[in-house]
Write a protein that binds this ligand. Structure first.
Ligand code: ADP
Ligand code: MG
Length: 208
């Protein structure tokens, strides 16, 4: 199974992914944690170009091509081999983030992004996507408190992040079979329970 976590800055993707990883391991499910941009060595090098520095360092098209160079390396070198070895792969952000940030957020056409995906990865897609939904005012505050130098996207302002939130919700609405929306404003443990339930009902994986 390939399971992705999506949502805005500070929505709790990394927190929930780690909790799910622990629960799956405890239940004896062989699984692996990874993230985008990054995951593989080459893609982690591209990550630094994308998440650090000035917000306007790249235009939307150049940025998207860098994301897909990283994604191609990550999927081919890490994700597909792990899936072929029978592992469940948990990935922090994936293609929906490109559709939302570079598409809805920065105005690149959906058609351009979807053709690039098709060109590089064919119809490779997650089995399940958990979308963590939160008011960006709260998410950005959480992300800011976390600190660190990866602030290129956090710096884009509240209006941008409100469009990002709406973008993820519209993907969830268009693809209800693949996507589950979790209210990310609640307690960490409650959100985890919701995700465990979704894994059980959607994928038939028994965890506890
Ligand atoms: N449900 C929650 N309630 C309060 N704080 C949270 C919650 N989920 C995560 N956090 C905290 O918010 C910050 C951002 O969470 P993180 O998992 O890093 O978000 P993301 O990976 O989506 O950017 C972290 O400091 C984390 O401990
Ligand atoms: Mg994170």
């Amino acid at each position: 199974m390939f399971i992705t976590f999506e949502g805005g800055e500070g929505s709790g993707k990394s927190t929930q992914l780690t909790l799910l990883h622990e629960s799956l391991e405890k239940a004896g499910v062989s699984c692996m944690k990874t993230r985008e941009p990054g995951g593989s060595d080459g893609a982690e090098r591209i990550r630094r170009l994308l998440v650090e520095g000035r917000a306007d360092a790249w235009n939307a098209e150049a940025e998207t091509l860098l994301f897909y160079a990283a994604r191609l390396d990550h999927v081919n070198r890490l994700v597909k081999p792990a899936l072929a070895a029978g592992k469940t792969v948990l990935c922090d952000r994936f293609a929906d983030s490109t559709l939302v940030y570079q598409g809805i957020g920065k105005g690149l056409s959906e058609e351009y992004i979807r053709s690039l995906h098709h060109l590089t990865l064919g119809n490779f897609a997650p089995d399940l996507t958990i979308i963590l939904d939160i008011d960006p005012a709260i998410g950005l505050k959480r992300a800011l408190e976390r600190r660190g130098g990866e602030t290129r996207f956090e710096a884009l302002g509240l209006e941008f992040h409100q469009r990002i939130r709406a973008g993820f919700l519209s993907i969830a609405q268009a693809e209800p079979g693949r996507c589950v929306v979790a209210n990310a404003a609640g307690k960490i443990e409650k959100i985890h329970e919701h995700i465990v339930d979704a894994i059980h009902t959607r994928l038939g994986l028994m965890i506890c």
